[in-house]
Design a protein around this ligand. Structure first.
Ligand code: PAF
Length: 282
């Protein structure tokens, strides 16, 4: 596996491999888990060449403590990528991504970034859009792979691709879960045992929401989940929303449309976790 750390080496690598184009790209912030490796696997199935990037993008962290504690496991990550069969990894330092005088592009995501993560993490999606558009500009992939755990991010990146009119397919990959249901996340590494045990309740509550959808109106479901978190000493709810999968706007009732997604953000100790579950109404 080729390890590339500068923009100029990246362009040499891409030029040298321009014949084997179909290039699949998996952007990450490292601390790779099986969820990331499933994106690599999918990319390997669909492309001749697969490039992963590992870059902890400071501009998408609205909280400096969160950035400082973000796990760094570069050696383990490189080993995992190599074993997975990834062809190349781009591990730039910040000045390669944001050189002096580089001006990040601005996007208008309408209402997509005004809710949930956007509402609770000011500036987060600006940072995500800045780094993703820069990476797309450098790598110029035919396909790029993102996990559905960050469903709002995925929706926003699809909008970015449309706004930029990029000839690029965004491939959405399903959430991978631990055996107790916790969505795989790099942040899970930071959970102390009690918080880790509590974190498994997030998915269990989402499953209950899905069951309640058959006989309870949305406001009742929201009341139930708020109370479940209020009574849970180990998990603090930041938001719970049921939104339309297309425009991420709140669903007032189940009959509003067919495809809803229940999205949650909460804290287990000081670790912020997000998860979601699709709810299809027949
Ligand atoms: O989902 C992530 O890991 C990051 O937000 C991304 C897309 C790699 C941008 O930094």
């Amino acid at each position: 596996m080729k390890i590339i750390s500068t923009v100029s080496d990246l362009s040499l690598f891409l030029n040298a491999n321009s014949k084997s184009r179909n290039l699949g790209f998996v952007p990450t912030m490292g601390a790779l888990h099986l969820g990331h490796l499933s994106l690599i696997q999918k990319a390997l199935e669909q492309n001749d060449l697969v490039l992963c990037s590992i870059f902890v993008n400071p501009t998408q962290f609205n909280n400096s403590e969160d950035l400082e504690q973000y796990p760094d496991r570069i050696q383990e990550d490189l080993k995992a990528l190599e074993e997975a069969g990834c062809h190349a990894v781009f591990t730039p330092i910040e000045s390669e991504i944001y050189p002096k005088d580089y001006v990040s592009k601005q996007y208008d995501f309408g209402l997509l970034d005004k809710v949930m993560e956007g509402e609770n993490r000011p500036g987060h999606f600006e940072g995500v859009a800045a780094v993703v558009s820069r990476l797309f500009e450098l790598v110029k992939p035919q396909k790029a792979y993102f996990g559905e755990k960050d469903f709002q991010q995925l929706t926003i990146i699809k909008s970015l691709v449309q706004q930029e009119r990029l000839n690029l397919e965004i491939v959405a990959c399903p959430i991978l879960r631990e055996s107790d249901g916790l969505a795989m996340s790099s942040r899970n590494l930071l959970l102390q045992p009690k918080a880790r045990e509590a974190a498994a309740r997030i998915y269990k509550r989402l499953l209950r929401v899905k069951r309640l959808a058959s006989n309870q109106p949305i406001p009742e479901v929201k009341k139930w989940i708020t109370q479940a978190f209020d009574e849970d000493p180990d998990l603090t709810l930041e938001y719970f929303e049921i939104v339309n999968t297309a425009d991420l706007q709140r669903s007032a009732s189940w009959s509003d449309h067919k495809d809803h997604i229940a999205c949650i953000a909460c804290y287990a100790d000081a670790i912020r976790l997000i998860d979601n579950l699709f709810i299809e109404i027949n």
